[in-house]
Ligand binder design. Structure first.
Ligand code: 13P
Length: 248
């Protein structure tokens, strides 16, 4: 089965109106990427609308970094999936480890958010990953297995679900797992997707995230069952982001 590769940028809490110039460079450079590469940029909420306008009729899709699970109502400061779609987002990251830690998001909350994203007709990117202590204790696959069982919404398909494996200790540290460890984890995740989603699990893209940059992208993207990358720091400039797409 051939799955197209998704190279996704998570801008986290970075970006102002002036960053539109950087998006323009990403849009322009994306024209030269291999045909089977999809490009996604997830800026903060405040930039989704203007980025989506800018990226219209380009091969760059625009996504969000979080969402509220409810459709509407008395939830001050929160944003619904319908609002994100209305603003021009096509994808939504849910369950990023920074939110699981900082906002204490549980698997059940992440699952509810992913379900809301899918119900709104958008694509959910569900993040999972172990801490360093969990890996050292030999619990990495057990932890990720638990997160998948608790966070994946029922009825998800290859068209509306992406999974991102991001070992917490590799995020923003410059450290990455060995390609053997990435292969082992992605094969494990593929098995769980097949078990939870049946035939659809075969087509769900599994991204690797954590210190992906131009210099390690080719090696990581060549690992079986690595269907793309979720990129933090190196997604903020076209100069660093585009070579990751070229590495596919
Ligand atoms: P870095 O690429 O900066 O390590 O961040 C990874 C990440 O958390 C993407 O969601």
């Amino acid at each position: 089965m051939t799955r197209s590769k998704l190279i996704a940028g998570n801008w986290k809490m970075n970006g102002l109106a002036a960053s539109t110039a950087e998006l323009d460079k990403i849009i322009a450079g994306s024209r030269d990427l291999p045909a089977r590469v999809e490009v996604l940029v997830c800026p903060p909420f405040t930039l989704i609308d203007r980025f989506a306008d800018r990226a219209e009729r380009s091969r760059v899709a625009i996504g969000a970094q979080d969402v509220h699970a409810k459709e509407s109502g008395a939830h001050t400061g929160c944003i619904s999936a319908a609002m994100l779609r209305d603003a021009g987002a096509s994808h939504v990251i849910v369950g990023h480890s920074e939110r699981r830690t900082d906002q204490k998001e549980s698997d059940a909350e992440v699952q509810a958010k992913a379900a809301a994203v899918i119900a709104a007709g958008l694509i959910a990117i569900v993040c999972v990953g172990e801490t360093e202590a969990e890996r050292d204790a030999g619990e990495a696959t057990a932890v990720v297995g638990r997160q998948l069982a608790g966070s994946l919404p029922a009825g998800a398909t290859a068209a509306n679900l992406v999974v991102a494996y991001e070992p917490v200790w590799a995020i923003g540290t410059g450290r990455t797992p060995s390609t053997a460890d990435v292969a082992e984890m992605h094969a494990f995740i593929r098995g769980r997707l097949r078990a939870q989603l049946g035939g659809e699990g075969e087509g769900v893209r599994i991204l690797y995230g954590g210190s992906v940059k131009a210099s390690n992208a080719a090696e990581l993207l060549a690992v079986p069952d690595v269907d793309g990358a979720l990129v933090g720091g190196a997604s903020l400039t076209a100069e660093q982001f585009l070579p990751i797409g070229q590495a596919v």
